[in-house]
Design a protein around this ligand. Structure first.
Ligand code: ADP
Ligand code: MG
Length: 301
């Protein structure tokens, strides 16, 4: 159970996380599919929210990463609790609304739900894309600080589209890192958590850093870990991450949620906040507060 001081801090960090995620997504989308040398030749260090990219986005527009996280958040808030059917229905409505982008594995799982109501994809070696991990934030906010609830819901939401032990491990570890961060843990504690992941799944080792940032969840998480642990501010963590290019909206979104939770709302550069889509900012801010308030541990306040 949270006391009032903890709750205020957790809410500040939760808002930082959801807003940070949207910012990382909008920033990274401009350089998605570029290589690090291409980004450096075109921009030097890329650090402004300008839109464009292969999706021809408006400045401050978010993509599937933030939109899928919002589908989960809305389902929890509207149901006042966890409903995997409600999440699947929101994904289906979102896909039908001609989402700006959608990963292949995500699309396959959502289509199977639309066609025959399937709520769990069969196990698949090739389901280790980052599409399940990128939408973990609302699960972490709603379950904080209950680890068992986190694990159950992380895997349930992941298996709608991705049924793979490496994806599951990434989802759970990211959720645990978010729980720890929301409750004020230092980076040294977070690093121990990642070392636990690496002990079980050595592929996630990120030192020496290989510099890959593809949509394979191992590459994605290595890039996030590398830049999150070496960065000294929200901006440094997110800028380092997206300048690796490749799946930069998703690496940006995941690093943005972690760094936003770690450094808090005050750390987010106002120039980035100003550029963001106002409607999305209002909704992620509202959802962050509501998810923490709806969490069974936080409900007593
Ligand atoms: P999403 O997970 O967002 O739906 P995609 O399915 O479009 O994304 O992309 C996932 C990427 O991850 C693909 O390029 C795929 O080749 C890669 N991938 C998935 N599983 C593995 C694996 N086991 N090993 C290596 N790469 C993988
Ligand atoms: Mg995206």
């Amino acid at each position: 159970m949270f006391n009032q001081y903890n709750l205020d801090e957790i809410i500040d960090r939760a808002r930082g996380a959801f807003i940070g995620m949207a910012i990382g997504d909008a920033l990274g989308a401009t350089v998605e599919f570029m290589t690090a040398p291409e980004i450096s030749a075109k921009y030097g260090t890329f650090r402004e929210i300008v839109g464009g990219g292969w999706l021809r986005l408006k400045p401050g527009q978010v993509t599937d990463d933030t939109e899928m996280a919002l589908c989960i958040a809305r389902a929890i808030v509207a149901n006042q609790g966890w409903s995997i059917e409600a999440i699947a229905r929101n994904f289906a409505t979102w896909l039908k609304s001609r989402s700006v982008d959608c990963g292949d594995t995500c699309r396959k799982g959502i289509r199977a739900f639309m066609l025959d109501g399937r709520l769990e994809s069969p196990p698949n070696e090739w389901d280790a894309g980052n599409g399940a991990a990128m939408r973990m934030l609302p699960v972490a906010l709603y379950s904080v600080p209950d680890e068992l609830m986190l694990k159950r819901y992380a895997v349930e939401q992941a298996h709608l589209t991705h049924n793979n032990p490496v994806s599951d491990a990434a989802c759970i570890c990211l959720g645990e890192l978010l729980h720890l961060t929301l409750c004020g843990a230092a980076k040294s504690r977070l690093l121990r958590q990642v070392e636990g992941l690496v002990a079980r799944f050595p592929a996630f080792a990120f030192a020496p850093y290989r510099g890959l940032a593809t949509a394979y969840v191992v590459d994605t998480m290595q890039t996030v870990f590398h830049w999150f642990f070496r960065g000294k501010s929200f901006e440094e963590c997110v800028v380092g991450t997206v300048n690796q290019g490749a799946d930069a909206d998703t690496t940006g979104a995941i690093c943005g949620m972690l760094a936003g939770a770690y450094y808090g709302m005050d750390s987010i550069p106002p120039r980035w906040l100003k550029k963001m889509d106002k409607k999305v900012m209002a909704e992620v801010d509202d959802m962050a507060r509501r998810l923490v308030a709806a969490s069974p541990a936080g409900r007593s306040f």
